[in-house]
Design a protein around this ligand. Structure first.
Ligand SMILES: *Cc1c(COP(=O)(O)O)cnc(C)c1O
Length: 367
């Protein structure tokens, strides 16, 4: 069976070889006569899966010994609450840089817990860019500074992370593992797995150990990071199958040359699409400003708004899946996470060029 040209925003495409491996092992893991799903999370098979996934992630992201890796549940959305519940206490202020809808949601949850301050926002510019450092307001003495490394809905991305005295917290749900990172710079990183790491159901948290230990959540043992750190993410039953799949995706990522290999490929993929937009002479209009474009979510509209439905329908006829923009903003979006092959991006760029050439009545001109 042919594989779909899957540009979905999340849950998103997984590498075919990972799916096939999982299929082979599905009903009898390592000749045990049991699926990994049917085994105790305290048994030898699962324990190995758990620790290998953690070690692989540590190697791939070069996580220093100062930082711990946790496998949690509740998605990135629960992290919007857990971060302030653990680190935003009486008398403190947390800073937020608002670059899109997910950042707004994170801010809203923190506002329920304590005092917050918006350090910068690109909302007035329709979230087309990442605010420059010169646009930030004062940010001394913050409990932490929260950013969203890649704005999945608007298609913008931080290309460099800010130097700051505050503990930097980043929602990396849609670009973790897409490029090398200096993990030591961050107090805490979180990411739902379903975009770049595996299936939904597991949320990865990477955090500075000292800072974790200094935080606490008196209202709930389960929502306290320390509960999970002390139990190596086995305080209660973890999402065992999702973590098994995460492990397979990480093994695949190693074979792609790790974050450096993946970054190189991701750049080529994004360039194919941005080139096609840029060379369209205004037929396609990118949402992101130059310098803030996402390498993971390419967002654009058609100059002739009336053509958009037709464009999306024709694309779907050609087998391109998931190109509709987020329901909140419309337009078009190609999500090109790690597992989306370069060939799929080149095919889409080819389709976009052909579609444009079939509409000579519109505004395009050759450059
Ligand atoms: C998808 C996404 C979320 C929401 O993730 P859930 O795991 O569904 O809670 C949060 N932040 C960003 C940046 C995302 O892309």
């Amino acid at each position: 069976m042919a594989r779909a040209l899957n540009f979905s925003a999340g849950p998103a495409a997984l590498p075919l070889e990972v799916l096939e491996r999982a299929q082979r092992e599905f009903s009898s893991y390592k000749e045990s006569g049991m699926s990994i799903m049917e085994m105790s999370h305290r048994g030898k098979h699962y324990n190995r899966v758990h620790s290998e996934a953690k070690n692989r992630l540590k190697r791939l992201l070069e996580v220093p010994d100062t930082h711990d890796i946790l496998f949690l549940q509740g998605g990135a959305s629960l992290q919007f609450s857990m971060v302030p519940m653990n680190f935003l206490h009486e008398g403190q202020t947390a800073g937020y840089i608002v670059t899109g809808s997910w950042a707004e949601k994170a801010l809203k949850e923190a506002q329920k817990i304590g005092r917050t301050k918006v350090i910068a926002s690109s909302k007035e510019k329709q979230f087309r860019s990442i605010p420059q450092r010169t646009e930030w307001t004062a940010h001394e003495g913050l409990a932490y500074l929260h950013i969203t490394s890649n704005n999945t809905i608007y298609g913008t991305q931080w290309h460099e992370f800010p130097e700051t005295d505050a503990r930097l917290v980043a929602d990396m749900s849609s670009d973790i593992l897409s490029r090398p990172l200096d993990i030591g710079k961050f107090g805490l990183i979180y990411a739902g797995a379903q975009k770049n790491l595996g299936p939904s159901g597991v949320t990865v948290v990477i955090a500075n150990k000292e800072w974790l230990a200094a935080g606490s959540c008196p209202q709930s043992k389960f929502l306290d990071y320390n509960t999970h750190a002390e139990a190596d993410s086995l305080y209660n039953t973890p999402p065992t199958f999702a973590i098994y799949m995460l492990g397979l995706v990480l093994e695949w990522a190693e074979k792609q040359g790790g974050t450096r290999g993946l970054e190189k490929k991701n750049r080529e993929k994004a360039a194919a699409l941005y080139d096609s937009i840029e060379r369209s002479g205004g037929f396609y209009i990118p949402h992101a400003e130059k310098g803030s474009e996402s390498q993971m979510n390419v967002t654009f509209t058609l100059a002739d708004k009336d053509l958009e439905t037709d464009f999306l329908a024709k694309a779907a006829e050609q087998g391109f899946i998931g190109l509709n923009g987020h329901r909140s903003i419309g337009g078009c979006r190609a999500s090109i996470y790690n597992a989306v092959p370069l060939e799929a991006c080149e095919k889409l760029a080819g389709f976009m060029n052909a579609y444009r050439k079939n509409h000579p009545a519109s505004t395009f001109s050759f450059q």
